[in-house]
Ligand binder design. Structure first.
Ligand code: WT7
Length: 659
C-alpha cells in the first residue's frame, strides 16, 4: 500500500452508528470490554460455559510453558455433541441446521438438527467400521455438500483429527498434506459441480495417494461420496462408497468426551518457506472461542436468524464460521455449493432473497467484483431480510465497505470487518455490531478478551497516528497449539520476533489512527494475499524451479484492483532451454500451467516475466522490493545495495518490450 492511499484511508471520516434496536438487543454490549479486561480468564471461562462439558475444567489457562498453551485443563467434552446432539436434546431437533443450495439450480436439501444427528452418527459408525479409532487422522477433500460437514463432525465425534484440503488444490498439494498428516483415511467425492459441469475430485485423490505412498505413507481407505455420478477409477482394496457403508450404518452413536486439549483438526496454510504449515487446533478452547465470537460478532439470534458465510470449508473461515461456531450455537445457515455468478450474476442475491438471509459474511474480493458489475444486478432482488454484513480475508477498502453497506445492506446493516488468521482460530479484531460506530476500512479494536497491539521494531506500543507490527500480547483460547509435528518451527515462526516481550507476531503490519482505531495494512513477510487466500512466495518459487526449463525464480505479490494482490513471477531459464534454435513461444503458459498443477489454480501467476538475471544484494538476497516496482509498473526504487546495479535496467527494458 502506498503512503498516499494510506493517508487517504486515515482521513476517512464517515461513521456508521449501530441501529438503535440492534444495539438495545445486542448479545454483547459495551461493558464486555471492561469485564474482560478486569478478569480475562473469568471472561473466557464464562464463554466456555456456553458449551456443554462432560467434565468441568479445573484450571482455565496453563501458560506455565509458553508459548505452549493449555486451556480448560482437565475439562472433557465432545465437539459433535455440542454442535448437534445437545440442540436435539433441548427440543430443537426440527430446526433447520443447513439450507443446502446446490450449484444445479434445482438442487436443494434442508437438514434439520435431528437429521444432522442421524447423519453424523451414521458417518461416525461407518468410520469406526473402517478402522478409524480415536487419534487416527483423516483427510477430507470434498465439494460444498452436506456430507462434507457430516464427515468433519463424524471425525470430531470419534476424536479422529481431520485435515480438510480445499477442493481447488492440486493432487501434489493434497499428497503432501496427506503425507505430513499421515492420514489413515481420505474422504472425498467422485466430483463436484463447477459452472454447470461436473468436475472430478477422486482422480486427484488417487494420484495423491501415490505421492504419499512414494514417500512412505500408505492411505488405508478412501471413502467416496457419489455426487456427480461421473466415471472414476476404482481400487477394490482401498475405495469404499459412502452410500454402501454410511447409509446402512446405525443412526445411533454415543459420543465420548475428549480432553479439552485433544487435537480437533489441522489446517495447512502457507508460510514464508516452501513447506505449508499444519496449524493445530484443539477441542475446548477452539470451540469456546469459535462459538462465542460467532454469537458476539454476528449478534446471532439462533431462533430467528438465517446466517450465510460464503467461504469454502477448505479454509479456516469455513471451519470456524460454517461448521464449528454456527452449529455449536444452534444456528440455521445456508450452505452453497457453487460460484457467485453461475448460472447468472445475481445468484448470491437470489439465494439471500429466497432463504431470507439475515447475516451475510463474505470477502472483499467478491464485493469488489460485484461493484464492477454494477448495482442493477443486486437491485433486482429483495434483500431486506439482511441485518448484519461481515467481511474477512484482506483489508476492505472504504469504497467497497460503503458500497457493501449501501447496495447490499440497504444502509441499515452494520458492516463488521473481521481480522483473524488460520492460526488465531477465531476473530480477534472487529467492530461489535451493537456497540461500535463503524469506520469504513478499519477493523477497529480487539474484541473483549483479546489483547492486540501495534508495536515498533523494538516491541514498544506505537502512539496513535503511527504504524508498526500487529501483535497479540496474551494467549487466547482458540490459538494454534503448535505446527503439526514441528514445535520448533512453531516457536520460531510466531514467537521469536518479539521473544523477550512474549508477543505472538501475526505477520501483518497495522496502523492506529488518531482515535486509536486499527487499520490492518497487510503482510510484512513473504506471504501474499490473493483474493483473501494466503500464498507463499517461496512455495510458488519452488514450484517454478521444479520445472526442468527453470534455473531460478522470484515471486512477488503485486497490487491488483480485483484480487488485492496478484502473483507476478520473474524467471531465469536454464541455458539448455534458451540455446539457439529452441522455440520459446508459449513458455509463460507452460510455466503457469506447471504452477497450477503443483499447487492449484489459485496460485497461478497473473504474469510471468522471463529475465536474464535477478536483482540481488552482495550477500545474495533477492531484492523483491525492486521486482515489486517493476510488477506494479512504478519507477524502480533505490538500487544502491545491489551487487550489480545494471540489472534493473535489463529487467525493466525486457519488461517494456515484452508487454
Ligand atoms: C491473513 C490471514 C482468517 C480468515 C481468512 C484468511 C489477512 C484476514 C483480514 C482483515 C485485513 C485481513 C491478514 C492475515 N486478513 N482478515 N479483516 N483485514 N487483513 O485466513 O489465510 O490465515 O490469512 O489474512 O493478512 O494475516 P488466512
Amino acid at each position: 500500500m502506498t503512503e498516499e492511499t494510506l493517508s487517504n484511508l486515515l482521513h476517512e471520516n464517515r461513521r456508521f452508528e449501530p441501529p438503535a434496536d440492534l444495539a438495545a438487543a445486542a448479545n454483547v454490549k459495551a461493558d464486555a470490554y471492561d469485564a474482560a479486561a478486569a478478569d480475562r480468564e473469568g471472561f473466557w471461562a464464562a464463554a466456555a460455559d456456553r458449551l456443554s462439558w462432560a467434565t468441568k475444567w479445573d484450571r482455565v489457562l496453563d501458560w506455565d510453558n509458553p508459548p505452549f498453551a493449555k486451556w480448560f485443563v482437565g475439562g472433557r467434552l465432545n465437539v459433535a455433541y455440542n454442535c448437534v446432539d445437545r440442540h436435539v436434546e433441548a427440543g430443537l431437533g426440527d430446526r433447520v441446521a443447513l439450507h443446502w443450495v446446490g450449484e444445479p439450480v434445482e438442487d436443494r436439501r434442508d437438514v434439520t438438527y435431528a437429521e444432522l444427528q442421524a447423519e453424523v452418527s451414521k458417518a461416525a459408525n461407518a468410520l469406526t467400521s473402517l478402522g478409524v479409532a480415536t487419534g487416527d487422522t483423516v483427510a477430507i477433500y470434498m465439494p460444498m455438500i452436506p456430507e462434507a460437514i457430516f464427515a468433519m463432525l463424524a471425525c470430531a465425534r470419534i476424536g479422529a483429527p481431520h485435515t480438510v484440503v480445499f477442493g481447488g488444490f492440486s493432487a501434489e498439494a493434497l499428497g503432501s498434506r496427506i503425507e505430513d498428516f499421515k492420514a489413515k483415511v481420505v474422504i472425498t467425492s467422485d466430483g463436484g459441480y463447477r459452472r454447470g459441469a461436473a468436475s472430478p475430485l477422486k482422480p486427484a485423490v488417487d494420484e495423491a495417494r501415490g505421492i504419499a505412498s512414494r514417500s512412505g505413507h500408505d492411505v488405508e481407505k478412501v471413502l467416496v461420496v457419489r455426487r456427480t455420478g461421473q466415471d472414476i477409477a476404482w481400487d477394490e482394496s482401498v475405495d469404499v462408497w459412502w452410500h454402501d457403508v454410511v447409509d446402512s450404518a446405525s443412526p445411533e452413536h454415543t459420543p465420548e468426551p475428549f480432553d479439552a486439549e485433544h487435537p480437533l483438526f489441522v489446517m495447512y496454510t502457507s508460510g514464508t518457506t516452501g513447506k505449508p504449515k499444519g496449524i493445530l487446533h484443539t477441542t475446548g478452547g477452539y470451540l469456546t472461542q469459535a462459538a462465542f465470537t460467532h454469537w458476539e460478532v454476528f449478534d446471532l439470534k439462533p431462533e430467528s436468524d438465517v446466517y450465510w458465510c460464503t467461504a469454502d470449508i477448505g479454509w479456516i473461515t469455513g471451519h470456524s464460521y460454517i461448521v464449528y461456531g454456527p452449529l455449536a450455537n444452534g444456528a440455521t445457515q445456508v450452505l452453497y455449493e457453487g460460484t457467485p455468478d453461475f448460472p447468472e450474476r445475481g445468484r448470491w442475491w437470489q439465494i439471500i432473497a429466497e432463504k431470507k438471509v439475515t447475516i451475510f459474511y463474505t470477502a472483499p474480493t467478491a464485493i469488489r467484483s460485484f461493484m464492477k458489475q454494477g448495482q442493477e444486478i443486486p437491485d433486482r432482488h429483495d434483500m431486506s431480510s439482511l441485518r448484519i454484513l461481515g467481511s474477512v480475508g484482506e483489508p476492505i477498502n472504504p469504497e467497497a465497505y460503503v458500497w457493501y453497506r449501501h447496495v447490499i445492506g440497504g444502509d441499515r446493516t452494520p458492516v463488521v470487518d473481521t481480522w483473524w488468521q488460520t492460526e488465531t482460530g477465531a476473530i480477534m479484531i472487529s467492530p461489535l455490531p451493537g456497540v461500535t460506530a463503524g469506520k469504513p476500512g478499519s477493523a477497529m479494536t480487539a474484541l473483549p478478551g483479546v489483547t492486540a497491539e501495534v508495536v515498533s521494531d523494538e516491541g514498544v506500543a506505537v502512539p496513535n497516528g503511527s504504524g508498526g507490527y500487529l501483535v497479540l500480547t496474551s494467549p487466547w483460547p482458540s490459538m494454534l497449539r503448535t505446527i503439526w509435528g514441528d514445535d520448533e518451527r512453531y516457536v520460531d515462526t510466531y514467537w521469536s520476533r518479539f521473544r523477550e516481550e512474549g508477543f505472538y507476531f501475526a505477520g501483518d503490519g497495522a496502523k492506529l489512527d488518531e482515535d486509536g482505531d486499527l487499520w490492518v495494512l497487510g503482510r510484512v513477510d513473504d506471504v501474499m494475499n490473493v483474493s483473501g487466500h494466503r500464498l507463499s512466495t517461496t512455495e510458488i518459487e519452488s514450484a517454478l524451479v521444479s520445472h526442468p526449463k527453470v534455473a531460478e525464480a522470484a515471486v512477488v505479490g503485486a497490487t491488483d484492483p480485483d484480487t488485492g494482490q496478484a502473483v507476478v513471477a520473474f524467471v531465469i531459464l536454464r541455458e539448455t532451454a534458451t540455446a539457439d534454435g529452441v522455440d520459446l513461444t508459449g513458455i509463460e503458459k507452460e510455466l503457469s500451467d506447471h504452477v497450477r498443477s503443483q499447487i492449484g489454480p489459485i496460485a497461478k501467476p497473473r504474469q510471468i516475466m522471463i529475465v536474464p538475471e535477478l536483482p540481488k544484494t552482495r550477500s545474495g538476497k533477492i531484492m523483491r522490493r525492486l521486482l515489486r516496482d517493476v510488477a506494479e509498473k512504478r519507477e524502480v526504487g533505490d538500487t544502491t545495495t545491489l551487487a550489480d546495479s545494471s540489472i534493473m535496467e535489463l529487467i525493466s527494458a525486457g519488461q517494456a518490450t515484452s508487454t
